[in-house]
Structures are given as C-alpha cells and as structure tokens.
Design a protein around this ligand. Sequence first.
Ligand SMILES: [Zn+2]
Length: 106
Amino acid sequence: MKQKPLVKEIAKERVGILLAAALLEKNPELADRQAMAAKKMALRHRIKLAYEARQLYCKSCKALIIPGRTARVRLGRSDTRVIRITCLRCGYVYRKIISRPQNKDL
Ligand SMILES: [Zn+2]
C-alpha cells in the first residue's frame, strides 16, 4: 500500500507559516531565525520553495532579505526594465529583468 506523503505536506505548510512569520516579525534576529528554519525544513524534506519565497533569500549570504529593511530595491532607468536589489548585509547586488522593450528594431 502506498503511503501518502503526509509528512511532506505538513512540512510544506510549516515552511509557509515560518516564512509568513519571518516577514511579519519586527525583530530582525527572530525573522532571520524563522527564515533559516523555513529554509532548513524545505531542504530536509526536499520541498521546492515557491518563486516568491526564493526571492526572499540573498543569493550570496543566504540571509533573509526584506525590501525596505534588509534590502534596497531600485529601479533601473534603461530600455530594459530592471530592478536592482541590494542586500544590505553583504552588499550583494542582483538584477531582475522585469520586461524587455517591445517593438525593438534589430
Ligand atoms: Zn547578502
């Protein structure tokens, strides 16, 4: 008989709760710990984090990044719409392309 992956389901739910708590947490240390716990749990149960959730972690120092708190978000001013996110902890900057210019002559 096949067993339902109930443990994974519960873990998934807990990851979501931990992430939500981390985002609402006013104490940055506690928020960090909750975010790390969520990440660890996701890894342990091989849960793939949602795109939105993955954006919450710095690619360099793996810390939780919250725009306006632990990260600076700036919009680029070029043809290609870009957001630059700077992690305020390690200074790592990464760019996200929002959209490419339409109707561009080649
Ligand atoms: Zn960082």
